[in-house]
Design a protein around this ligand. Sequence first.
Ligand SMILES: Cc1cc2nc3c(=O)[nH]c(=O)nc-3n(C[C@H](O)[C@H](O)[C@H](O)COP(=O)(O)OP(=O)(O)OC[C@H]3O[C@@H](n4cnc5c(N)ncnc54)[C@H](O)[C@@H]3O)c2cc1C
Length: 517
Amino acid sequence: MHPQRWGDPGAATTLDESARALVDLAFGLTETPAVSGATPPVTRLPEELLAGLRGIVGEEHVLTDDDTRALRTRGKSTPDLLKARAGDLADAPDAVVRPRTPAEVERLLAFAVEHHVAVVPFGGGTSVTGGLAAQRDGYAGLVSLDLVRMKRLLAVDPVSMTATLEPGLRGPEAEALLAEQGLTLGHFPQSFEFATIGGFAATRSSGQSSAGYGRFDSLVVGLTAATPTGTVTLGTAPANAAGPDLRQLLLGSEGAFGVITAVTVRVRRTPAVKRYDGWRWPSFEAGADAMRTLAQAGLLPTVLRLSDEAETAINLADPDGIGSESSTGCLMIVGHEGTAELVEARRAAVAGVLEGLGGTCVGEEAGQKWAHGRFAAPYLRDALLDVGVLVETLETATFWSNRERLYAGVKQALESSLEGAMVLCHISHVYETGCSLYFTVAAKEAADPLAQWQAAKAAASDAMVAAGATITHHHAVGTDHKPWFAEEIGPVGVRVLRAVKAELDPTGVLNPGVLIP
Ligand SMILES: Cc1cc2nc3c(=O)[nH]c(=O)nc-3n(C[C@H](O)[C@H](O)[C@H](O)COP(=O)(O)OP(=O)(O)OC[C@H]3O[C@@H](n4cnc5c(N)ncnc54)[C@H](O)[C@@H]3O)c2cc1C
C-alpha cells in the first residue's frame, strides 16, 4: 500500500489530457503535490517494553522503522490522505507488532494491559472512518497489532459449506485459497484488494455483490476473538435461540472489544457464469422503484446498483458521451452469477420485471465496463487530489419509504456546504425493506481542505440523522461517526456498549477512542 495514496504504488495514476480538460472546466486545476520525506515522531516505547514485545513475537516481528510505522498510520479516508499528503504522521504507532498465532495475540494483550500500552488491531488499513486513529494520551505507547502473518485457511466443511479463515487474509488471498476448493466467499467491497477478513468482520463490511451473497456479517457463522479478559469462541450451530446472538457483539466491534483471530464463513460454489448487464431508467426514482420491486419479489440478482442522473453522466464522461443521449437517465447494473441454467433463468425473470417497469436493457457492454473498472476508482481520487480537487465518499441507509427524503437532504447538505460541489449518488445495496445510498462528492479544494471537508461531512451527517437514517450502512463508526452514532443508539445503547467495553477491556487498551461514544 502507498503511504500517501490508495493501493498499489505501481498502479498510481494521473489524469490524462481529456480528463484534465474536464476537471479544469469543472473546478480548475491547481497542482497540489504531496509532501515528500516526512517521518513519524520518534518511537515513545521504552526499550524494555520493546524487548518484552520481542519476547512474545520474535525479534524480527517488532518493527520500529519509519517506513513501516508510516504505513500503519491511520486509514484511507480523504482526511487520512490529506494528512498524509501534508506530511502529518502524528498518529504513527510507536511499533508495529506482527503475531503469528492466537496464543501470541493473547500474550500481547496481556502485556499491553500490564504495561498500559494502547493496541490498534490492523488488517488492511483501509478504514475510512478513523478506525485506526486511536488515542494515545495517557498510555505508555501505542502499537499497531498487524495481523499480516495470520493468513491461513484453517478449515473447510464442504458438506455444511463453511470455511474458517484467519483474519489477516486479504480479499484476493482468501478467494484464491477458497478457489482451490471450488468455493467463493463472494465478498467484493471496493477495497477488496487490500482489506482483510478480520477487517470485514470488525467493520460489518458490505460488498458490491451483497444482493446475491449477503453483507459480511450475514456470511459469518462463527468467530474467535481474543480479549484482554479472555478468549471467546462463538457459533456452534447455523442458528440458535441461546440468548442474544453474541457474535453480533463482536461483529462491528472495530477492535474495541477484542482481536478477531478466526472467522467461520458461509461459502458458495465458484460461479460458472457471471453476466452483468446495463439497464437504463428515465429517472432515479423509476430505477429505485424497480429495485424495490425486485427485492420484494424475491428476485434479487447477485449485483444490483443504480446511479443517479449526475453519476450516470459522469461515468459516461468521455468526449463522445457528454451531452449525448447516452449520458441521460440513470444507469443500473444488474449482475447474475451461478450455474449457466440458473443465471439464464434468473436473468430472464429479472428482465421480464424490469422491462415491465419501463427499464431498457443496454446490454452487457455497460455491465462489463463496470465489472472491469470496479476496483479502479479509488486511484482516481489521488489523481484528483494531485490537482487540488477534494473527493470523498459517504454512505447511509434507510427504508424505502424514506429514500427520497434522505437523498434530497444529504445532497442539499453537501451542495450548500461545499461551494461548486459535484454530488453524485448511487444505490449500492438493496434489501426488501430499504437500501443504502452512497454519495461521491467533488469540490475545488479550499485553503484548508481538511476543515472544508469536516464541515461538509458534519452537515451531511446531520442531514442523515435529521432524515432518520443510519450514520453508516457499511463503513463503520471509527472515530469520525461517534457523535452521530451516539444519537442513533441513544443513551441506553451507549451505556450497554460501555458496559461491554468495561467487561472485555477494563483498562481500555484496545483501540482507545474508537467506536465507543
Ligand atoms: C477505496 C475504498 C473503498 C472501500 N469500499 C468499501 C466497500 O465497498 N464496502 C465496505 O464495506 N467498506 C469499504 N471500504 C471501507 C473498508 O475497506 C472496510 O471497512 C474494510 O472492512 C476494512 O478492512 P481492513 O482489513 O482494511 O481493516 P482496517 O482498516 O485495518 O481496520 C478497520 C477497523 O477494524 C479493526 N480491525 C481490523 N482487523 C481486526 C481484527 N482482526 N480484529 C479486531 N479488529 C480489527 C481496526 O482496528 C479498525 O478499527 C472502502 C475503503 C476504501 C479506502
